[in-house]
Design a protein around this ligand. Structure first.
Ligand code: HEC
Length: 119
């Protein structure tokens, strides 16, 4: 029997002494130059992009991001800003459901998520 992934990553965060960090933080690498994007990702995007049941492509999943990245960054930025429904009916909410995020913050979060996923 395997524990559901959110529990496993919460346990990992605790094991690493990061009890105050959100569950996805343990898996979110720090990348030089992309600190702001990481912060946005931790604050908003990880709710789905570190939660496989959401249907969102997961942070670090190169296979899930490769085809999306191949279309270029502009459509990805646009989908992060305005929302997007994939062919399977999974919905990316406009601004990840956080209307306080500006366009630059969204682009930074997308750049971070791609870099952390090997793109
Ligand atoms: C409420 C859940 C949820 C949150 C929060 C969320 N996303 Fe998503 N996101 C999704 C889902 C689901 C998809 C996959 C849609 C599909 O292609 O089926 C997705 C896909 C994407 C894509 C790929 C779009 C494409 O064209 O293939 C990008 C880029 C993205 N999200 C960026 C972000 C950013 C940046 C944040 C944080 C600001 C964020 N998401 C927060 C659910 C979410």
């Amino acid at each position: 029997m395997t524990a559901p992934r959110p529990l496993a990553s919460a346990a990992l965060a605790l094991a690493l002494g990061g009890a105050a960090l959100p569950a996805g933080a343990a898996a979110a690498p720090e990348i030089a130059g992309l600190e702001a994007g990481r912060a946005v990702w931790l604050g908003t995007c990880q709710a789905c992009h570190a939660e496989p049941d959401s249907g969102a492509p997961q942070l670090g999943d190169a296979a899930a991001w490769r085809a999306r990245a191949a279309r270029g960054r502009d459509p990805l930025y646009a989908h992060a800003m305005h929302g997007f429904t994939g062919p399977g009916g999974d919905r990316m909410l406009a601004r990840g459901g956080n209307p306080a995020l500006g366009d630059g913050e969204l682009r930074a979060a997308v750049d971070y998520m791609l870099a952390a996923s090997g793109q």
